[in-house]
Design a protein around this ligand. Structure first.
Ligand SMILES: Nc1ncnc2c1ncn2[C@@H]1O[C@H](COP(=O)(O)OP(=O)(O)OP(=O)(O)O)[C@@H](O)[C@H]1O
Ligand SMILES: O=C(O)C1=C[C@@H](O)[C@@H](O)[C@H](O)C1
Ligand SMILES: [Mg+2]
Length: 260
């Protein structure tokens, strides 16, 4: 991101706020839908399960009305998640969308639907062709109207046109550490890491300036649970919605004033 973009749009508390509850020791709520690749086979303790059940029932009692009430504040365009491989874009994106009551799109999944498995595509056509088509897939998704959460592939920011397009959208960077990622079981799904797992840090070093260029806010996914992050990210997204609505109202009254 340009310095001005970050200064103007990264003013919210999440990046600066101390993040509690390291995920490796934090409760993993029992209602968690997908198994956690970084915590394979982990079962919650009785205490965690009780707390999770209480939290679930508290949420259950509030969830629908709260969502409806707050929905108007979600910006009416794609809110985009970027970040390195296995940072949690897909799994957190899905939860964030559910929290906000808006659709979720994963551009890796769209690519697979339209062009087949990414690993095979890399092998058959090479990375440059993958990047070209990936950028087209992303452009089409960002052009769709309406509030949505869109998770991009880890290397999507390499394409300059994608970075340009992201300037019009609220962009969340999810960041983690090599240590946390190397505990992720399913490296075989990630072609660039499969044969050289230690490459994660090197690849991140190359891409970090590009992530920073496009991001408005950063959340660390190795320091909080998905549930905690989904709530915090949802707060940030709603704040963006309010900010944009206020900007639009100001612009409308300015242009009405000019036409009088
Ligand atoms: N706090 C967390 N937030 C998000 N994901 C987490 C967290 N802790 C552990 N994970 C786990 O990390 C693993 C990788 O997540 P995910 O597949 O969502 O990453 P990704 O960023 O979409 O990766 P890719 O770039 O390959 O698409 C998942 O198994 C997820 O459950
Ligand atoms: O970081 C990357 O270069 C990639 C990440 C994945 O999300 C996929 O888009 C693909 O495997 C490439
Ligand atoms: Mg993903």
């Amino acid at each position: 991101m340009t310095a001005s973009r970050r200064a103007g749009r990264d003013a919210g508390p999440p990046a600066a706020r101390p993040v509690p509850a390291p995920p490796r020791t934090a409760p993993v709520p029992v209602q968690s839908a997908a198994p956690d690749e970084r915590e394979p086979g982990r079962r919650p303790s009785a205490e965690e399960a009780t707390e999770a059940t209480a939290a679930a029932s508290r949420r259950g009692a509030r969830r629908r009305p709260a969502r409806r009430r707050r929905r108007g504040r979600v910006p009416d365009l794609a809110v985009v998640l970027v970040g390195p491989m296995a940072a949690g874009k897909t799994s957190l994106g899905r939860r964030l969308a559910r929290e906000l009551g808006v659709p979720f799109v994963d551009t890796d999944a769209v690519f697979v639907r339209e062009h087949g498995a990414i690993t095979e595509f890399f092998a058959a056509h090479g990375e440059p062709e993958f990047r070209r088509i990936e950028a087209e897939v992303i452009a089409a998704q960002l052009a769709e109207p309406g509030a949505r959460i869109v998770a991009l592939g880890g290397g999507a920011v390499l394409h300059p046109e994608t970075r340009q397009r992201l300037a019009a959208h609220p962009v969340v960077l999810l960041m983690t550490t090599e240590r946390a990622v190397l505990r992720t079981a399913n490296l075989s799904r990630r072609p660039l890491l499969r044969d050289d797992p230690g490459a994660w840090g090197r690849i991140l070093k190359e891409r970090k300036p590009l992530y920073d260029e496009v991001a408005d806010v950063t959340f660390r996914t190795d320091r909080a649970t998905k549930e905690q992050l989904a709530v915090r990210a949802a707060e940030w997204v709603r704040a963006q919605g309010r900010k944009r609505a206020a900007e639009q109202a100001r612009n409308r009254s300015r242009s009405e004033g000019e036409s009088e």
